[in-house]
Ligand binder design. Structure first.
Ligand code: GDP
Ligand code: MG
Length: 457
């Protein structure tokens, strides 16, 4: 596949772990931004991407003893955040299928929890190398922080009570990892990095160990991924989000894992009304170390090689669907073939969702969000009879209205993060279809659960 031996791309690093263990905060610390506090409901609802270029790696790791930047033969890291809540398992699985390497975040005060274990299973299944961030080490009893020092020294400098507490908690977590079938050790005690997972104590609040974490990820990439990171011209690109940006209209955020994108390329991707064929108007990259989801300044490029999180501006993206692969047609006669490919992939994803004969109608802005929403409803025994990715239009209301005959309690549209067209709302009011529209998945689920309670009174 014309792999380029002396040209490595940035590894895609996925951050996984149980909710609230500090995934987003670790990325915030790297970026020195505050995405975690700015998020709706404090939950990461989509996969975001952060570019950490080589000079960023250098800046973050200067205190790490024995870490030699000159060995680094890839151009930096591309880090993907994933949501930790239970009902996002589809998104987590999609995130982990994109990534070359992972950081598993474990709160040192909490140990392994259900989504930690689920993440471990995903990583094992895909044989993805990973390191464990033993996060919130600042919460260790009488811990004294020193982010300017190598974490090994910081630990040596702790007083007896902190040391004991740290040792006890670490031992327990190693034990729990053993029970999951993993050998694990603190990274400086690791007898064999090929068969033992390394633990790196970190604090996303104080910054302790953050340099060591980055250095560890880079070391693991060097040791394990040299072949895998060889740049290939074969395009591998996944759409993460569809977004409207001032001055650029509707754009898509993609993860370009391999190959390259060029201004003017003909791209083909899934849309709510069938495959979309359009030309790339501009290729945009966020300024280095800025999260792609944070509003701000973008740089424009003529050509972008993998791996990068890229924003694409083009016409006709309003109906694009996130969560699936994007293709490029290099010749006109490829367009129809690729349209078929894209259509097939989308239909397969929708078919894998089983709907009931009677139930609510569910709509979301992205395939990933739709899947997450449906997981939530399944867990709460809410049946669904119809699903769609895209804004609420009259046609959706008519479908939901069909439930009025069977079971009025299901004559409901649950819309997550999508527009409700004015004429659709008017029709709904006239027909007696209730539309719930919310910006967080849990609010939406809870709203309906409340509604049902009242309905049954
Ligand atoms: P996520 O759900 O895994 O993304 O977790 P978040 O990054 O949203 O963090 C959850 C909570 O834990 C937030 O209130 C953070 O401020 C807090 N937190 C994250 N990392 C640390 C840490 O290293 N130390 C302490 N004390 N709190 C942390
Ligand atoms: Mg998060």
């Amino acid at each position: 596949k014309n792999l380029q031996e002396d040209n490595l791309r940035a590894p895609v690093v996925c951050v996984l772990g149980h909710v609230d263990h500090g995934k987003t905060k670790i990325l915030d610390k790297l970026r020195r931004t505050n995405v975690q506090e700015g998020e709706v409901g404090g939950i990461t609802q989509q996969i975001g991407a952060t570019n950490v270029p080589a000079h960023g790696v250098q800046r973050q790791t200067h205190m790490v003893k024995g870490f030699d930047m000159s060995n680094l033969n890839f151009p930096g890291l591309l880090i993907i955040d994933t949501p930790g809540h239970e009902s996002f398992s589809n998104l987590r699985s999609r995130g982990s299928s994109l990534c070359d390497i992972a950081i598993l975040v474990v709160d040192i005060t909490q140990g392994l929890e259900p989504q930690t274990v689920e993440s471990i299973d995903l990583l094992k299944k895909r044989k993805t190398p990973f390191v464990v961030a033993l996060n919130k080490v600042d919460r260790v009893f009488e811990w004294e922080s020193n982010p300017a020092k190598d974490i090994r020294e910081v630990i040596k400098l702790q007083k007896e009570p902190a040391k004991n507490d740290f040792d006890r908690r670490t031992k327990e977590i190693i034990q729990a990892l053993n029970e999951q079938g993993l050998n694990a050790a603190l990274f400086w005690e690791n007898p064999n990095p090929r068969s033992y997972v390394s633990l790196v104590p970190t604090s996303a609040i104080s910054g302790d160990g953050m340099g060591n974490l980055i250095a560890m990820v880079c070391d693991l990439c060097q040791q394990r991924l040299n072949k895998r990171l060889m740049f290939s011209e074969e395009l591998q690109c996944t759409v993460l989000e569809v977004k409207t940006i001032q001055g650029h209209g509707t754009t898509i955020d993609v993860i370009l894992v391999n190959g390259r994108l060029r201004e003017g390329d003909t791209i083909i991707l899934a849309g709510t009304e069938g495959p979309i064929v359009t030309q790339i108007r501009s290729l945009l990259l966020p300024k280095p170390l800025k999260e792609i989801r944070v509003k701000g300044q973008y740089d424009e490029f003529k050509e972008i090689p993998a791996a990068q999180g890229v924003k694409i501006a083009a016409r006709d993206l309003e109906k694009a669907i996130a969560g699936l692969n994007l293709q490029v047609a290099y010749h006109d006669d490829e367009v129809d073939l690729l349209k078929d490919d894209v259509d097939r992939e989308f239909k397969a994803a929708m078919r894998s969702i089983k709907v009931k004969e009677r139930g609510v109608y569910v709509q979301a802005s992205t395939l990933g969000a739709l899947e997450a929403l449906l997981e939530f409803f399944k867990a709460n025994s809410v049946p669904y009879s119809g699903i769609r990715v895209g804004p609420v239009v009259k046609r959706d209301v008519m479908k939901a209205a069909a439930m009025l005959e069977h079971d009025p309690m299901y004559a409901v549209i649950l819309a997550f993060d999508v527009k409700v067209e004015k004429d659709a709302q008017e029709l709904a009011d006239k027909e007696g279809v209730k539309i719930f529209s919310e910006e967080t998945i849990y609010h939406l689920g809870d709203c309906y659960v409340e509604y049902i309670k009242d309905f049954k009174k």
